[in-house]
Design a binder for this molecule. Structure first.
Ligand code: HEM
Length: 164
């Protein structure tokens, strides 16, 4: 006997609407690559509290880093500048640079680092501590890559040309 499946009247259009809805949802909540294109890095990192938490950990690591403290200019600035102020300024800088609603009011990267005689050795030491902080707070690889690109973009202003 020949069997035929009949949809209830209107059921096929309902099914079509459901498929459209599913496709729509899959696009809106799709892979992080699509989200990354539209959501600012600031929001993907979790906002200013999350950024401040990473910066806090990062600055604490820098303060006890032997390579950085072996540089007398860096050591002298560290002893002079209150770490809470430095954490505030770096947080505001990162907040603004990642597309957040903060306004950085500190000096330029050139002005604030020119006297520190920072070379490639110190830069690499800083980058390695930065990576440790990002890993500690489970910052995803894509966001880490974007943060390193951002930090790398100011390298020319921070690293003393004469030392390289
Ligand atoms: C090896 C790398 C670095 C070292 C050793 C270093 C060290 C320091 C020190 C000692 C100060 C205080 C200077 C002073 O007031 O006399 C400072 C200020 C600052 N740094 Fe860095 N820094 C490094 C890289 C960076 C990077 C990559 C950023 C941003 C992406 C950054 C952002 C800042 C900001 C926003 C301030 C505050 C400037 C102000 O108070 O006007 N630094 N840094």
């Amino acid at each position: 006997m020949k069997s035929t499946t009949h949809l209830l009247p209107g059921a096929s259009s309902l099914l079509f609407a459901a498929i459209l809805l599913l496709v729509g949802c899959a696009t809106a909540y799709g892979p992080s690559s699509e989200k990354a294109a539209t959501v600012p890095l600031y929001d993907r990192l979790g906002g200013v509290y999350a950024i401040a938490t990473v910066v806090d950990d990062f600055i604490e690591r820098l303060l006890v880093n032997d390579t950085l403290n072996a540089n007398p200019a860096i050591k002298a600035a560290r002893d002079r500048v209150p770490k809470s102020g430095l954490k505030y300024q770096v947080t505001a800088f990162m907040c603004q640079a990642t597309g957040g609603p903060c306004t950085y009011t500190g000096r330029s990267m050139k002005q604030s680092h020119a006297h520190l005689n920072i070379g490639e050795k110190e830069w690499q030491a800083m980058a390695s501590e930065f990576k440790k902080s990002l890993d500690k707070f489970n910052v995803p690889q894509r966001e880490q890559d974007e943060l390193f690109a951002l930090v790398g973009s100011v390298k020319g202003d921070i690293v003393a040309a004469a030392k390289n």
